[in-house]
Design a binder for this molecule. Structure first.
Ligand code: 13P
Length: 254
């Protein structure tokens, strides 16, 4: 049984005081970490405030990192910097970064390798645009993102990686992929991982769905066999909603 993983992507929201209010409210309300991984991915200036108060069951992640461990890269954050704050996760290749900050599959690949090198778990986002889905290209797009993004990664590291399937047309639009579409596509991703890394890795790797997840649809999404968790944007900013959605994952725990 794969352990469910619920990740909040706060994007560029929340000041220090707002983050403090949130973490004080939720840190004792998420499920036990032995059952569910509950993670908040916040911006770098909030890290210290959140890590100090994460408690026993919550974990903190970043939303991006540079692929170099250090260097003259003004404005960037490195893996060793995140690790020095005990950051456990990092989102890599989010569609907003691919679209607005020109992140290619090659850059995504270098960042995944850097995260692994620094012992930080990458949450790697892949997904297609609406036109691509309408033109029947979803699987080709995902295949390319997987082959290029995970190039050179060993099976022993692949099983630690979280893959987040986020169809771009479902992000921030209120249009969730139906649970069946999300499950079918996550199943395809698992099969592709199996073709490249073997069935043992495919059975172990955790695959999330992301895109307009909220308390009203999370139970159905998490009831699907290929969806091991969710990556939540807007709805994760509300502490009560985050508590509900992390606890919804307990229904997957056998
Ligand atoms: P929304 O949940 O706001 O659609 O955002 C999804 C997302 O981009 C999470 O990474």
């Amino acid at each position: 049984m794969r352990k469910p993983i619920i990740v909040a992507n706060w994007k560029m929201f929340k000041t220090r005081d707002e983050a403090l209010f949130f973490i004080l409210k939720v840190s004792d309300e998420v499920p036990l970490i032995k059952d569910v991984d509950s993670v908040i991915c916040a911006q770098a200036p909030l890290m210290r405030c959140l890590i100090k108060r994460q408690g026993d069951n919550l974990r903190i992640g970043a939303q991006n990192m540079h692929f170099a461990d250090e260097g003259a890269f003004t404005g960037e954050v490195s893996g060793p910097m995140l690790k020095s704050y005990n950051v456990d996760y990092v989102i890599i290749g989010h569609s907003e970064r691919r679209a607005m900050f020109y992140e290619t599959d090659d850059i995504v690949n270098k960042k995944i390798l850097a995260a692994i090198r620094n012992d930080i778990i990458p949450v790697v986002c892949i997904g297609e645009q609406l036109k691509e889905r309408e033109n029947g290209l979803t699987n080709t797009i995902l295949h390319n993102q997987i082959v290029k993004g995970f190039a050179g990664i060993e099976g022993k590291d692949m099983i630690k990686i979280i893959i987040a399937y986020e169809p771009i047309w479902a992000i921030g639009t209120g249009k969730t992929a139906t649970a069946d579409i999300a499950d079918e596509t996550c199943g395809y991703i698992r099969k592709m991982v199996g073709d490249i890394f073997g069935n043992l890795v495919a059975d172990a790797v955790r695959i999330q769905y992301g895109g307009s997840v909220n308390p009203n649809n999370v139970d159905e999404l998490l009831s699907k066999p290929n969806i091991d968790g969710v990556l939540i944007g807007g709805a994760s900013l509300n502490p009560d909603h985050f508590i509900y959605m992390t606890n919804a994952a307990m229904k997957r725990v056998k």
